[in-house]
Design a protein around this ligand. Structure first.
Ligand SMILES: O=C(O)c1ccccc1N[C@@H]1O[C@H](COP(=O)(O)O)[C@@H](O)[C@H]1O
Length: 219
């Protein structure tokens, strides 16, 4: 089975080059002002040009209004929108209809009962992204480098398409793939040398770890 890999929170040409060289299927840009990964839409538009035809460009937003989404879509031309706030199913449907783009809905999980929150979005969101709940005191709804209990995902209905996210890194990706067997993975702070600073060497190391884990499983 193919595994989609999204490298999120890209801000530089060097990090983009490392993500593409490793074989990223998706590259993500953060449009949340409090994030150390925030990028102006026009700069994200410049960077995403380098990924055209190689990886899908994802705009990550948090409870964004129509005006900001219009600006992002116009200046960055994303292939997909990731809604990482408390957007309702109705808002997801509205955003999809307004922009004609597929939507990834992010939901935070900590226990099996949280899987019930997926239901109202089925048939509305094109894909889910499962992240950990934000730690107390964090202003960021994502990008906190925190994992959740991946075994929860065993209770997921077959056919729910999702990206596994939250605290992934080269050291734990083998366990994550073994326990959850996700169709896609998403990583940000696990390939950074400091908050918001992507390290091309860590990106390369992450892809190596993914390949090693998949080779082990195939053996
Ligand atoms: O990364 C951010 O700063 C961010 C800000 C606002 C919403 C979402 C954000 N990041 C998303 O969270 C995942 C997981 O991050 P991590 O690997 O745990 O650091 C990241 O890939 C983005 O999709």
């Amino acid at each position: 089975m193919a595994l989609d890999i999204k490298i999120c929170g890209l801000k530089t040409d060097q990090a983009m080059a490392a993500a593409l060289a490793g074989g990223a299927s998706h590259v993500g840009f953060i449009f949340f002002a409090k994030s150390p990964r925030y990028l102006e839409p026009a700069e994200a538009g410049r960077l995403r040009e380098g990924a055209r035809g190689m990886a899908l460009a994802v705009a990550v937003t948090v409870d964004a209004g129509d005006g900001f989404l219009d600006e992002i879509v116009a200046k960055m031309q994303p292939d997909m929108l990731q809604l990482h706030g408390s957007e309702t199913p109705e808002r997801v449907a509205e955003v999809k209809a307004r922009h004609g783009l597929p939507v990834i809905k992010a939901l935070s999980l900590s226990e099996a009962a949280d899987l019930d929150r997926i239901r109202p979005f089925i048939g509305v969101a094109d894909r889910f992204l499962f992240d950990a709940k934000r730690p107390k005191g964090s202003e960021l709804p994502g990008g906190n480098g925190v994992t959740f209990d991946w075994r929860i995902l065993a209770g997921l209905d077959a056919g729910v398409d999702y990206m596994l996210s939250g605290g992934l890194n080269a050291a734990n990706i083998g366990d994550a793939l073994r326990l959850a067997n996700p169709p896609a993975i998403d990583i940000s702070s696990g390939v950074e040398s400091a908050p918001g600073v992507k390290d091309p060497a860590l990106i390369e190391q992450f892809f190596r770890a993914v390949r090693a884990a998949r080779d082990d499983r195939a053996a």
